[in-house]
Design a protein around this ligand. Structure first.
Ligand code: UD2
Ligand code: MN
Length: 552
């Protein structure tokens, strides 16, 4: 381990010297730009941007920040001949100081050869001067929309104008950390179907402190289609021997990611019928996974972002939205390990639970489009969680459905089973029954043995052993499910820990028989005393008949 005084803050960049400033900013007059728009004495510093503008302005165009990466990241090697990227930043009425820090941090903390250009899309901000002035910065181009388009169409405009083969999408209030770009480009260069994001650190909206986000998070969601940061599953966490390796993520937060330009175009860019804000991160995430790509978070790449609690801008079509509170800051990554520097191993402790409130906007139209195009039969769970979405018009989706067919994308069930098996499908109406065969009932005896026994009603000593729930495809008794031991006729059946992914546990009713979905064989008692097995289905056979009788 590299020796380092733990109390020092590792500075990843010193403000450049005067002559470097000249090269970096060309004809652009930073002082005049920042002085051109200032908070007036007595003004509420949070009003216009939903963060403390006074603090942001005080920091100016550039500042040193702490290197928040794991210490092992510093010794990872990258190819010398990485391709360059076009950085696309859309903004609507962004504060001058945050926008300038975003741009300057990219220019100062990325290898110059990897930044082909920075394309700003001014999404019809009230003041058109910002765009003009910033265009004077070398490598920066600014395109101004003639009307408010929202971030989705703005990004597509930026992508179409980009000249590099790799696209990098950004919010307009970020600051990059040391060596953030190389890991991203390296991963995409190796496999162009990967879409990669950094760990998104937290820039405090109050004092602009740069805080390390937990490195154990990935993107997830609930059935109301709210994005949330969640702990990576424990098995994956245990299996991670190398903290510099990529983390697979079911969805991306949406704001900061790198993607191959041809892959972006091949996959249909974005759904440009989505307006203003929201939902596009689900749409692009489902699409990437289901149509042959993957999403990753790269722990050696860190970028800070000002997470806000409300939108500072208006939504022209306000009725497309509903507003409600969520009680946890699910949308802001948890900030832990505040007292260590990157050169130490972080102390292994869980983040404390946070109590704060966000006003969450539900862009029903956008989210509904994502659900309708990509979620197949699972969209019913979205509608159950967000009944108000059902009444909301969402326009035509035929183009997007055609795209899905053309790309031959996998069903949402595949996504659920392979990418996000941790997302629980809401409990279906579970009906408990006994399974009768003649006068006897199917019963478990421990985990291995199954047999037939006299039917005992509720209130008997062991009613649980005869109580079954068929929630297709599983035949359950609490956490245990009926499973075959092999896929051949004559194989015994047993009880196993339930997993909807496990092919051995998939059953469906066939008349009064119970058919194992994958082998096509049927549950058979052969003799009342023998072990239970699966055999060729013969519908008339008494030993294959299991009559459910509902119990309460
Ligand atoms: C998060 C994402 C954001 C986007 C959004 C869902 C991160 C860090 N941020 O929201 O990128 O995926 O979820 O849609 O993951 N903007 C426009 N035109 C508009 C509205 C916004 O250009 O009409 C710009 C805005 O100035 C900003 C960016 O779009 O640069 C994202 O907006 P935000 O910062 O308000 O969204 P955020 O961070 O809450
Ligand atoms: Mn943002």
């Amino acid at each position: 381990m590299v020796g380092r005084n733990c109390s020092t803050w590792v500075q990843v960049s010193q403000p450049p010297r005067a002559e470097q400033q000249g090269q970096l900013l060309g004809a652009f007059d930073e002082k005049a730009y920042l002085a051109g728009k200032q908070l007036k004495p007595g003004d509420d510093p949070y009003r216009e941007h939903a963060f403390n503008l006074q603090e942001s302005d005080r920091l100016g165009g550039e500042r040193a920040i702490r290197d928040t990466r794991h210490y092992r990241c510093a010794s990872v090697n990258y190819d010398a001949d990485l391709p360059s990227t076009s950085v696309i930043i859309t903004f609507h009425n962004e504060a001058r100081s945050t926008l300038l820090r975003t741009i300057k941090s990219v220019l100062t903390r990325s290898p110059a050869s990897l930044i082909q250009e920075i394309i700003l899309i001014d999404d019809f901000s009230s003041d058109s001067e910002d765009c003009q002035l910033l265009s004077q910065v070398p490598k920066v181009r600014c395109l101004r929309n003639g009307r408010r388009e929202g971030l989705i169409r703005s990004r597509v405009r930026g992508a179409n104008a980009a000249s590099a083969s790799i696209l990098t999408f950004w919010d307009s209030h970020c600051e990059v950390n040391a060596d953030w770009l190389q890991p991203m480009i390296q991963r995409v260069k190796k496999d162009h179907t990967r879409v990669v994001s950094p760990i998104i650190d937290v820039i405090s909206l109050d004092n602009f402190a740069y805080l390390a986000a937990s490195a154990d998070l990935r993107g997830g969601f609930d059935w109301s289609l709210h994005f949330k940061w969640e702990q990576i599953p424990i098995e994956q966490k245990m299996a991670r021997s190398d903290p510099t390796l990529a983390i697979r993520t079911p969805v991306i937060a949406g704001g900061i990611f790198v993607m191959d330009k041809s892959w972006f175009n091949h996959l249909g860019q974005y759904d440009t019928h989505m307006d203003i804000w929201g939902g596009e991160n689900f749409e692009v995430s489902f699409r990437v996974w289901m149509c042959g790509g993957s999403l990753e978070i790269l722990p050696c790449s860190r970028v800070g972002h000002v997470f806000r609690k409300r939108h500072p801008y208006d939504f022209p079509e306000g009725n497309a939205l509903t507003l409600h509170q969520v009680s946890q800051c699910q949308m802001t990554p948890s900030v832990c390990h505040l007292n260590f520097t990157s050169l130490e191993e972080p102390p292994p402790r869980e983040c404390p639970p946070r109590r704060c409130h966000h006003r969450v906007v539900c862009p029903r139209r956008n989210t509904r489009r994502a659900a309708e195009v990509w979620m197949d039969e699972y969209k019913q769970y979205y509608y159950s969680a967000r009944p108000s979405a059902q009444g909301k018009a969402f326009g035509s989706i035929s183009d997007r459905l055609t795209l899905r067919r053309k790309l031959n994308c996998k069903p949402f069930r595949w996504y659920m089973e392979n990418v996000y098996p941790e997302l629980r499908v809401p409990e279906q109406e579970a009906v408990s029954s006994v399974l009768r065969q003649g006068g006897l009932c199917l019963e478990t005896r421990g985990t291995d043995a199954l047999g037939l026994a006299e039917c005992r009603g509720i209130g008997s000593i062991r009613p649980q052993a005869q109580r079954w729930e068929l929630i297709e495809p599983l035949l359950r008794q609490q956490d245990l499910c009926l499973a075959i031991s092999a896929f051949t006729a004559g194989s015994k059946v047993k009880m196993d820990t339930c997993s909807a992914k496990e092919p051995r546990q998939k059953w469906k009713p066939k008349g009064t028989a119970l058919q194992h979905v994958v082998s096509g064989l049927c549950l058979d008692s052969q003799t009342p005393t023998g072990p239970l097995v699966v055999t060729q289905c013969r519908p008339q056979m008494a030993s294959q008949s299991w009559e459910p009788q509902i119990i309460t």
